[in-house]
Design a protein around this ligand. Sequence first.
Ligand code: NDP
Length: 254
Amino acid sequence: MRLLTGKTALVTGASRGIGRAVAQQLAHHGALVAIHYGRNETAAGETLTQITRAGGRAFLVRAELGTPDDAKTLFTHLEDALARHRTGPELDILVNNAGASGSARIHDVTPELFDRLFAVNAKAPLFLIQRGLKYLRDGGRIINISSAAATTAYPESLIYSMTKGALNTLTRALAKELAPRGITVNAVSPGYIETDMNAAKRTTPHTAAALAGASAFNRLGHPTDIADIVTFLATDHSRWITGQILDASGGTRL
Ligand code: NDP
């Protein structure tokens, strides 16, 4: 039997990058996966096609995060979609992966950038969890995709780093709060992963090599490097781990 057979998972930001790889892995292990996306319906459709072609089960859920009522919208669409799949509204796994980036040092940050990044990276996960707790079964899993930027000095992206610090704090606090229900809450902190998010930072071989060089393995991470860790955290194998911020940066800045 596959590790996640009978489980239902919601992966935010699963149209591209890390979220797509996570959705694929969870579906590969037997979960029914809600592929959440914001604007890129084509990319979300590609994730869905790849999963179904591989024999997995998934469906799309759209909601723009960082907007008023984002969590309500997402869960309304999720409930409708699960009903269409003749499945109850219960969830087993919530992966808060969707995130927005923005490079700005202290002298360049603006209130608008602060509000946008906090809305998507910190406020949205908080309220998705708040609403999701109504659906999450006891013994469930909450996995937040943080960043090594929160635990290493990264002044180039000051506000982004701060949002991930807030996510780490949320992770630890909720792990304590939800342990009586057997729900584990953990965060995974990638270093540089080869996705659209940092494509603008590696437009030349020189800049790409600089990012790869941050890892002890001297390569950029691949989305599957993170998806494998998330999958472990989603399974029963990780039941004794909660409230942890797992470094998944390939030994960045050791
Ligand atoms: P990508 O830019 O490749 O993909 C981002 C995903 O998030 C897309 O699915 C996108 O949806 C969704 N998304 C972004 N903003 C919103 C929004 N406002 N509303 C709804 N959906 C939204 O990102 P990555 O895969 O690289 O990053 C995934 C997570 O990993 C993020 O939380 C990021 O901070 C974190 N991370 C990434 C690192 C990296 O090097 N790549 C390093 C450390 C952490 P759509 O396609 O519809 O736009």
